[in-house]
Design a protein. Structure first.
Ligand SMILES: C[S@@+](CC[C@H](N)C(=O)[O-])C[C@H]1O[C@@H](n2cnc3c(N)ncnc32)[C@H](O)[C@@H]1O
Length: 382
Protein backbone atom coordinates (compact mmCIF):
# COMPACT_ATOMS: atom_id res chain seq x y z
CA UNK A 1 0.00 0.00 0.00
CA UNK A 2 2.46 2.69 -1.15
CA UNK A 3 0.03 5.65 -0.85
CA UNK A 4 -1.29 4.89 2.62
CA UNK A 5 -0.33 7.93 4.72
CA UNK A 6 0.32 5.98 7.97
CA UNK A 7 3.01 3.43 8.83
CA UNK A 8 2.94 0.43 11.10
CA UNK A 9 4.36 1.23 14.57
CA UNK A 10 4.18 4.98 13.82
CA UNK A 11 3.57 7.13 16.93
CA UNK A 12 0.95 9.88 16.66
CA UNK A 13 -0.72 12.47 18.88
CA UNK A 14 -4.49 12.39 18.31
CA UNK A 15 -7.77 13.57 19.79
CA UNK A 16 -10.63 11.03 20.08
CA UNK A 17 -13.76 12.32 18.33
CA UNK A 18 -16.35 9.72 19.31
CA UNK A 19 -16.95 6.01 19.86
CA UNK A 20 -17.53 3.53 17.06
CA UNK A 21 -20.33 0.93 16.93
CA UNK A 22 -17.75 -1.70 17.98
CA UNK A 23 -16.83 0.35 21.08
CA UNK A 24 -13.40 1.71 20.08
CA UNK A 25 -12.51 5.40 20.03
CA UNK A 26 -12.31 7.08 16.61
CA UNK A 27 -9.47 9.45 15.70
CA UNK A 28 -8.47 10.88 12.33
CA UNK A 29 -5.03 11.57 10.97
CA UNK A 30 -4.08 12.56 7.42
CA UNK A 31 -7.66 11.78 6.39
CA UNK A 32 -7.51 8.21 7.74
CA UNK A 33 -9.92 6.88 10.37
CA UNK A 34 -8.06 5.20 13.23
CA UNK A 35 -9.84 2.88 15.69
CA UNK A 36 -8.36 2.99 19.20
CA UNK A 37 -9.63 0.43 21.74
CA UNK A 38 -10.04 1.64 25.35
CA UNK A 39 -10.14 5.30 24.28
CA UNK A 40 -12.74 7.84 25.44
CA UNK A 41 -14.24 10.77 23.50
CA UNK A 42 -12.22 13.94 24.16
CA UNK A 43 -9.06 11.99 25.11
CA UNK A 44 -5.81 13.50 23.86
CA UNK A 45 -3.58 10.47 23.32
CA UNK A 46 -0.26 9.27 22.05
CA UNK A 47 -1.07 6.17 19.99
CA UNK A 48 0.92 3.54 18.10
CA UNK A 49 -0.40 2.19 14.79
CA UNK A 50 -0.85 -1.59 15.14
CA UNK A 51 -2.73 -2.51 11.96
CA UNK A 52 -3.22 -0.99 8.54
CA UNK A 53 -6.37 -1.99 6.66
CA UNK A 54 -7.65 -0.96 3.25
CA UNK A 55 -9.55 2.12 4.43
CA UNK A 56 -8.65 2.55 8.08
CA UNK A 57 -6.01 1.81 10.69
CA UNK A 58 -5.99 0.43 14.22
CA UNK A 59 -3.84 1.65 17.07
CA UNK A 60 -3.12 1.15 20.76
CA UNK A 61 -2.80 3.77 23.45
CA UNK A 62 0.80 4.56 24.42
CA UNK A 63 0.08 7.46 26.74
CA UNK A 64 -2.95 9.46 27.89
CA UNK A 65 -1.79 13.06 27.36
CA UNK A 66 -5.04 14.48 28.74
CA UNK A 67 -8.20 12.50 29.55
CA UNK A 68 -11.64 13.20 28.05
CA UNK A 69 -14.47 14.27 30.41
CA UNK A 70 -16.08 10.80 30.54
CA UNK A 71 -12.96 8.83 31.44
CA UNK A 72 -12.92 7.13 34.85
CA UNK A 73 -10.63 4.74 36.74
CA UNK A 74 -11.53 1.10 35.83
CA UNK A 75 -12.05 -1.01 38.97
CA UNK A 76 -10.46 -4.16 37.48
CA UNK A 77 -6.69 -4.65 37.66
CA UNK A 78 -6.52 -6.65 34.38
CA UNK A 79 -8.74 -4.23 32.44
CA UNK A 80 -7.20 -3.46 29.06
CA UNK A 81 -5.58 -6.92 28.84
CA UNK A 82 -8.63 -9.12 29.41
CA UNK A 83 -11.06 -9.50 26.50
CA UNK A 84 -14.13 -9.54 28.80
CA UNK A 85 -14.88 -5.78 29.06
CA UNK A 86 -14.07 -2.82 26.83
CA UNK A 87 -15.88 0.14 28.43
CA UNK A 88 -14.75 0.03 32.07
CA UNK A 89 -12.73 3.20 31.49
CA UNK A 90 -15.95 5.19 30.93
CA UNK A 91 -18.25 6.53 33.67
CA UNK A 92 -21.47 4.51 33.84
CA UNK A 93 -23.56 7.57 33.02
CA UNK A 94 -21.55 8.12 29.81
CA UNK A 95 -21.77 4.42 28.81
CA UNK A 96 -25.57 4.80 28.86
CA UNK A 97 -25.44 8.02 26.84
CA UNK A 98 -23.11 6.51 24.20
CA UNK A 99 -25.25 3.38 23.82
CA UNK A 100 -28.39 5.46 23.32
CA UNK A 101 -26.57 7.59 20.70
CA UNK A 102 -25.21 4.58 18.79
CA UNK A 103 -28.65 2.91 18.61
CA UNK A 104 -30.42 6.13 17.60
CA UNK A 105 -27.89 6.60 14.82
CA UNK A 106 -28.96 3.24 13.37
CA UNK A 107 -32.69 3.83 13.88
CA UNK A 108 -33.08 7.52 13.03
CA UNK A 109 -34.43 6.84 9.54
CA UNK A 110 -37.36 4.85 11.00
CA UNK A 111 -38.28 7.42 13.66
CA UNK A 112 -41.19 9.71 12.81
CA UNK A 113 -42.96 12.52 14.69
CA UNK A 114 -45.32 9.93 16.23
CA UNK A 115 -42.55 7.59 17.46
CA UNK A 116 -41.80 7.60 21.18
CA UNK A 117 -38.11 7.38 22.01
CA UNK A 118 -37.76 6.41 25.68
CA UNK A 119 -34.57 6.85 27.71
CA UNK A 120 -32.23 3.86 28.06
CA UNK A 121 -32.93 1.71 31.16
CA UNK A 122 -29.75 1.43 33.28
CA UNK A 123 -28.79 -1.98 34.61
CA UNK A 124 -29.91 -2.32 38.25
CA UNK A 125 -26.30 -3.44 38.87
CA UNK A 126 -23.60 -1.88 36.69
CA UNK A 127 -21.03 -4.31 38.15
CA UNK A 128 -21.40 -7.98 39.20
CA UNK A 129 -24.44 -8.48 36.96
CA UNK A 130 -23.71 -11.71 35.02
CA UNK A 131 -25.24 -14.83 36.50
CA UNK A 132 -23.16 -17.11 34.33
CA UNK A 133 -19.98 -16.94 32.32
CA UNK A 134 -17.40 -19.16 30.62
CA UNK A 135 -13.77 -19.13 31.73
CA UNK A 136 -10.78 -20.76 30.04
CA UNK A 137 -8.09 -22.83 31.77
CA UNK A 138 -4.64 -23.87 30.53
CA UNK A 139 -1.05 -23.91 31.89
CA UNK A 140 -2.26 -23.08 35.41
CA UNK A 141 -4.06 -19.91 34.26
CA UNK A 142 -7.83 -19.40 34.69
CA UNK A 143 -9.55 -16.42 33.09
CA UNK A 144 -10.83 -14.93 29.84
CA UNK A 145 -9.00 -14.82 26.53
CA UNK A 146 -7.15 -11.64 25.66
CA UNK A 147 -8.99 -9.80 22.87
CA UNK A 148 -8.48 -11.43 19.42
CA UNK A 149 -6.18 -14.05 20.95
CA UNK A 150 -6.11 -17.45 22.64
CA UNK A 151 -3.85 -16.20 25.40
CA UNK A 152 -5.52 -16.57 28.80
CA UNK A 153 -5.48 -13.54 31.12
CA UNK A 154 -5.21 -15.05 34.60
CA UNK A 155 -7.74 -13.67 37.13
CA UNK A 156 -8.59 -14.15 40.81
CA UNK A 157 -11.83 -12.22 40.66
CA UNK A 158 -14.14 -10.75 38.07
CA UNK A 159 -16.05 -7.47 38.34
CA UNK A 160 -18.90 -8.35 35.99
CA UNK A 161 -19.96 -11.80 37.20
CA UNK A 162 -22.16 -11.96 40.31
CA UNK A 163 -20.10 -11.73 43.51
CA UNK A 164 -20.99 -15.28 44.62
CA UNK A 165 -19.51 -16.55 41.31
CA UNK A 166 -16.46 -14.33 41.51
CA UNK A 167 -15.67 -15.77 44.96
CA UNK A 168 -15.54 -19.29 43.46
CA UNK A 169 -12.64 -18.40 41.13
CA UNK A 170 -9.56 -18.86 43.45
CA UNK A 171 -10.70 -22.30 44.70
CA UNK A 172 -11.71 -23.37 41.21
CA UNK A 173 -8.22 -22.45 39.98
CA UNK A 174 -6.52 -24.37 42.81
CA UNK A 175 -8.61 -27.49 42.05
CA UNK A 176 -7.80 -27.30 38.33
CA UNK A 177 -4.07 -26.70 38.98
CA UNK A 178 -3.94 -29.81 41.19
CA UNK A 179 -5.09 -31.98 38.29
CA UNK A 180 -1.95 -30.75 36.54
CA UNK A 181 -2.81 -32.22 33.16
CA UNK A 182 -0.90 -31.03 30.09
CA UNK A 183 -3.64 -29.66 27.86
CA UNK A 184 -3.35 -29.24 24.11
CA UNK A 185 -6.39 -26.93 24.05
CA UNK A 186 -7.75 -24.67 26.82
CA UNK A 187 -10.57 -26.17 28.90
CA UNK A 188 -13.86 -24.27 28.97
CA UNK A 189 -15.07 -23.86 32.53
CA UNK A 190 -18.70 -22.92 33.16
CA UNK A 191 -19.12 -20.44 35.95
CA UNK A 192 -22.74 -20.95 37.04
CA UNK A 193 -24.68 -20.62 40.31
CA UNK A 194 -24.27 -23.66 42.65
CA UNK A 195 -27.82 -24.83 41.83
CA UNK A 196 -26.99 -24.79 38.11
CA UNK A 197 -28.57 -22.95 35.22
CA UNK A 198 -32.33 -23.09 34.56
CA UNK A 199 -31.83 -22.78 30.82
CA UNK A 200 -32.64 -19.09 30.97
CA UNK A 201 -30.71 -17.29 28.28
CA UNK A 202 -30.39 -13.62 29.34
CA UNK A 203 -27.14 -13.19 31.28
CA UNK A 204 -28.27 -10.19 33.38
CA UNK A 205 -31.21 -11.47 35.44
CA UNK A 206 -31.68 -8.09 37.19
CA UNK A 207 -32.15 -6.24 33.93
CA UNK A 208 -34.04 -9.13 32.35
CA UNK A 209 -36.97 -8.41 34.71
CA UNK A 210 -37.23 -4.87 33.29
CA UNK A 211 -36.98 -6.13 29.73
CA UNK A 212 -39.68 -8.78 30.25
CA UNK A 213 -42.08 -6.26 31.84
CA UNK A 214 -41.58 -3.72 29.01
CA UNK A 215 -41.92 -6.42 26.34
CA UNK A 216 -45.17 -7.86 27.70
CA UNK A 217 -46.60 -4.34 28.15
CA UNK A 218 -45.77 -3.46 24.52
CA UNK A 219 -47.08 -6.75 23.16
CA UNK A 220 -50.40 -6.66 25.03
CA UNK A 221 -51.07 -2.92 24.76
CA UNK A 222 -53.84 -3.48 22.24
CA UNK A 223 -55.99 -6.44 23.26
CA UNK A 224 -56.24 -9.17 20.62
CA UNK A 225 -59.46 -10.89 19.59
CA UNK A 226 -60.21 -14.35 21.02
CA UNK A 227 -59.37 -15.94 17.66
CA UNK A 228 -55.97 -14.22 17.52
CA UNK A 229 -52.55 -15.50 18.60
CA UNK A 230 -49.51 -14.11 20.38
CA UNK A 231 -46.36 -15.57 18.80
CA UNK A 232 -43.11 -15.70 20.76
CA UNK A 233 -40.63 -16.42 17.95
CA UNK A 234 -37.10 -17.44 19.04
CA UNK A 235 -38.65 -18.28 22.41
CA UNK A 236 -35.69 -20.02 24.12
CA UNK A 237 -37.10 -21.77 27.17
CA UNK A 238 -39.99 -19.33 27.52
CA UNK A 239 -38.44 -16.23 29.13
CA UNK A 240 -41.23 -14.12 27.61
CA UNK A 241 -43.81 -16.85 26.89
CA UNK A 242 -44.61 -17.64 30.53
CA UNK A 243 -45.18 -14.03 31.66
CA UNK A 244 -47.31 -13.61 28.50
CA UNK A 245 -49.72 -16.44 29.45
CA UNK A 246 -51.27 -14.36 32.26
CA UNK A 247 -51.86 -11.35 30.02
CA UNK A 248 -53.02 -13.16 26.89
CA UNK A 249 -56.72 -13.41 27.88
CA UNK A 250 -58.52 -15.74 25.51
CA UNK A 251 -55.90 -15.46 22.76
CA UNK A 252 -53.61 -18.37 21.92
CA UNK A 253 -49.94 -18.26 22.91
CA UNK A 254 -47.39 -20.01 20.69
CA UNK A 255 -43.63 -20.24 21.29
CA UNK A 256 -41.23 -21.33 18.52
CA UNK A 257 -37.65 -22.35 19.28
CA UNK A 258 -35.09 -24.25 17.21
CA UNK A 259 -32.94 -25.58 20.08
CA UNK A 260 -34.55 -28.89 21.10
CA UNK A 261 -33.25 -28.73 24.71
CA UNK A 262 -34.67 -25.24 25.28
CA UNK A 263 -38.05 -26.11 23.74
CA UNK A 264 -38.23 -29.24 25.91
CA UNK A 265 -37.34 -27.22 28.98
CA UNK A 266 -40.26 -24.86 28.23
CA UNK A 267 -42.66 -27.79 27.79
CA UNK A 268 -41.42 -29.34 31.07
CA UNK A 269 -41.87 -26.04 32.91
CA UNK A 270 -45.48 -25.83 31.67
CA UNK A 271 -46.17 -29.28 33.14
CA UNK A 272 -44.40 -28.51 36.42
CA UNK A 273 -46.46 -25.33 36.79
CA UNK A 274 -49.61 -27.47 36.42
CA UNK A 275 -50.71 -25.46 33.37
CA UNK A 276 -52.75 -26.99 30.59
CA UNK A 277 -50.74 -27.78 27.43
CA UNK A 278 -53.06 -25.26 25.75
CA UNK A 279 -51.92 -22.36 27.98
CA UNK A 280 -48.90 -22.05 25.67
CA UNK A 281 -47.94 -24.30 22.77
CA UNK A 282 -44.20 -24.75 22.23
CA UNK A 283 -42.93 -25.84 18.83
CA UNK A 284 -39.38 -27.04 18.31
CA UNK A 285 -38.76 -25.62 14.85
CA UNK A 286 -36.82 -23.17 12.74
CA UNK A 287 -38.90 -19.95 12.65
CA UNK A 288 -38.83 -19.69 8.82
CA UNK A 289 -39.99 -23.27 8.42
CA UNK A 290 -42.74 -22.75 11.00
CA UNK A 291 -44.06 -19.54 9.39
CA UNK A 292 -44.14 -21.19 5.96
CA UNK A 293 -46.34 -23.99 7.29
CA UNK A 294 -48.43 -21.96 9.77
CA UNK A 295 -48.81 -18.39 8.50
CA UNK A 296 -49.47 -15.62 11.00
CA UNK A 297 -52.79 -13.70 10.62
CA UNK A 298 -53.39 -9.93 10.40
CA UNK A 299 -55.10 -9.97 13.80
CA UNK A 300 -52.06 -11.54 15.56
CA UNK A 301 -49.16 -9.99 17.49
CA UNK A 302 -45.57 -11.21 17.12
CA UNK A 303 -42.56 -11.05 19.39
CA UNK A 304 -39.15 -11.48 17.73
CA UNK A 305 -36.03 -12.09 19.85
CA UNK A 306 -33.56 -13.56 17.33
CA UNK A 307 -29.86 -14.26 17.88
CA UNK A 308 -27.24 -11.58 17.18
CA UNK A 309 -27.41 -11.88 13.40
CA UNK A 310 -31.12 -10.99 13.36
CA UNK A 311 -33.88 -12.65 11.29
CA UNK A 312 -33.42 -14.30 7.92
CA UNK A 313 -34.61 -12.43 4.86
CA UNK A 314 -37.30 -15.11 4.46
CA UNK A 315 -38.71 -14.59 7.98
CA UNK A 316 -39.08 -10.84 7.36
CA UNK A 317 -40.69 -11.46 3.95
CA UNK A 318 -43.18 -13.95 5.46
CA UNK A 319 -44.08 -11.52 8.26
CA UNK A 320 -44.45 -8.63 5.80
CA UNK A 321 -46.81 -10.76 3.72
CA UNK A 322 -48.84 -11.88 6.75
CA UNK A 323 -48.85 -8.30 8.19
CA UNK A 324 -49.68 -8.94 11.86
CA UNK A 325 -51.10 -5.88 13.65
CA UNK A 326 -48.04 -5.46 15.84
CA UNK A 327 -44.47 -6.70 16.09
CA UNK A 328 -42.19 -6.27 19.10
CA UNK A 329 -38.57 -6.86 18.14
CA UNK A 330 -35.78 -7.29 20.71
CA UNK A 331 -32.27 -7.08 19.35
CA UNK A 332 -28.74 -7.16 20.71
CA UNK A 333 -27.29 -5.83 17.45
CA UNK A 334 -28.59 -2.45 16.26
CA UNK A 335 -27.05 -2.94 12.79
CA UNK A 336 -28.99 -6.21 12.27
CA UNK A 337 -32.13 -4.57 13.68
CA UNK A 338 -31.88 -1.62 11.25
CA UNK A 339 -31.33 -4.03 8.34
CA UNK A 340 -34.42 -6.08 9.31
CA UNK A 341 -36.60 -2.96 9.72
CA UNK A 342 -35.42 -1.77 6.30
CA UNK A 343 -36.48 -5.10 4.80
CA UNK A 344 -39.82 -5.07 6.65
CA UNK A 345 -40.60 -1.54 5.44
CA UNK A 346 -39.63 -2.55 1.87
CA UNK A 347 -41.42 -5.92 1.78
CA UNK A 348 -44.62 -4.59 3.36
CA UNK A 349 -44.79 -1.46 1.18
CA UNK A 350 -44.18 0.91 4.13
CA UNK A 351 -47.16 -0.57 5.95
CA UNK A 352 -45.51 -0.34 9.37
CA UNK A 353 -44.40 2.49 11.63
CA UNK A 354 -42.08 2.59 14.60
CA UNK A 355 -44.30 3.24 17.61
CA UNK A 356 -41.73 3.08 20.40
CA UNK A 357 -38.06 2.40 20.97
CA UNK A 358 -36.19 1.78 24.20
CA UNK A 359 -32.68 0.53 24.96
CA UNK A 360 -31.83 -1.65 27.94
CA UNK A 361 -28.31 -1.82 29.32
CA UNK A 362 -28.04 -5.58 29.62
CA UNK A 363 -24.22 -5.65 29.37
CA UNK A 364 -22.64 -2.81 31.41
CA UNK A 365 -18.88 -2.20 31.05
CA UNK A 366 -19.07 -3.37 27.40
CA UNK A 367 -20.34 -1.63 24.26
CA UNK A 368 -23.15 -4.19 23.82
CA UNK A 369 -26.75 -2.98 24.08
CA UNK A 370 -30.22 -4.51 23.91
CA UNK A 371 -32.95 -2.62 22.03
CA UNK A 372 -36.71 -3.10 22.10
CA UNK A 373 -38.77 -1.67 19.26
CA UNK A 374 -42.53 -1.71 19.00
CA UNK A 375 -43.78 -1.69 15.43
CA UNK A 376 -47.43 -1.26 14.41
CA UNK A 377 -49.28 -1.66 11.17
CA UNK A 378 -50.49 1.76 10.06
CA UNK A 379 -54.18 2.23 10.94
CA UNK A 380 -56.44 1.62 7.93
CA UNK A 381 -53.75 -0.41 6.19
CA UNK A 382 -54.08 -4.16 5.96
C1 LIG B 1 -31.50 -14.17 21.83
S1 LIG B 1 -32.04 -15.80 22.19
C2 LIG B 1 -33.60 -15.46 22.89
C3 LIG B 1 -34.18 -16.54 23.74
C4 LIG B 1 -35.38 -16.15 24.59
N1 LIG B 1 -36.33 -15.29 23.90
C5 LIG B 1 -34.95 -15.53 25.91
O1 LIG B 1 -35.20 -14.34 26.15
O2 LIG B 1 -34.36 -16.26 26.71
C6 LIG B 1 -32.38 -16.43 20.57
C7 LIG B 1 -32.99 -17.80 20.52
O3 LIG B 1 -33.31 -18.12 19.16
C8 LIG B 1 -33.03 -19.49 18.92
N2 LIG B 1 -32.87 -19.61 17.45
C9 LIG B 1 -31.79 -19.25 16.69
N3 LIG B 1 -32.06 -19.40 15.38
C10 LIG B 1 -33.34 -19.86 15.30
C11 LIG B 1 -34.20 -20.19 14.21
N4 LIG B 1 -33.78 -20.07 12.94
N5 LIG B 1 -35.44 -20.63 14.48
C12 LIG B 1 -35.86 -20.75 15.77
N6 LIG B 1 -35.11 -20.43 16.85
C13 LIG B 1 -33.86 -20.00 16.61
C14 LIG B 1 -31.79 -19.78 19.75
O4 LIG B 1 -31.69 -21.16 20.03
C15 LIG B 1 -32.09 -18.93 21.02
O5 LIG B 1 -32.79 -19.68 21.97
Amino acid sequence: MPDFPLKLAELLDVKIEKLSFGGSGIARHAGVVIFVPFAAPGDHLQIKITQIKKRHAEAEIQKILSPGPDRSQPPCSVYGHCGGCNWQHLTYESQLRFKQEIVMDFLKKFISAESRVLPIVPSPQPLHYRHRSQLKFKDGKLGFFKKNSHEIVDIDRCWIVEESLSKQIPQMKKDLQQKNAALAEPLTIELTPPNGSDGFSQVNRFQNENLVTATITALTKNPLGSDATFYDLYAGSGNFTFPLIDKAGKSRVIGVEMHAGAAKMAQGRLRRMGLSPKAAEFYNSDVGLFLRRFPVKESDAVLLDPPRMGCSEEVIALLAKASPQSIVYISCDPAALARDLERLWRDSGEKYRLEQVQCFDMFPQTHHVETLVEIRREPNRN
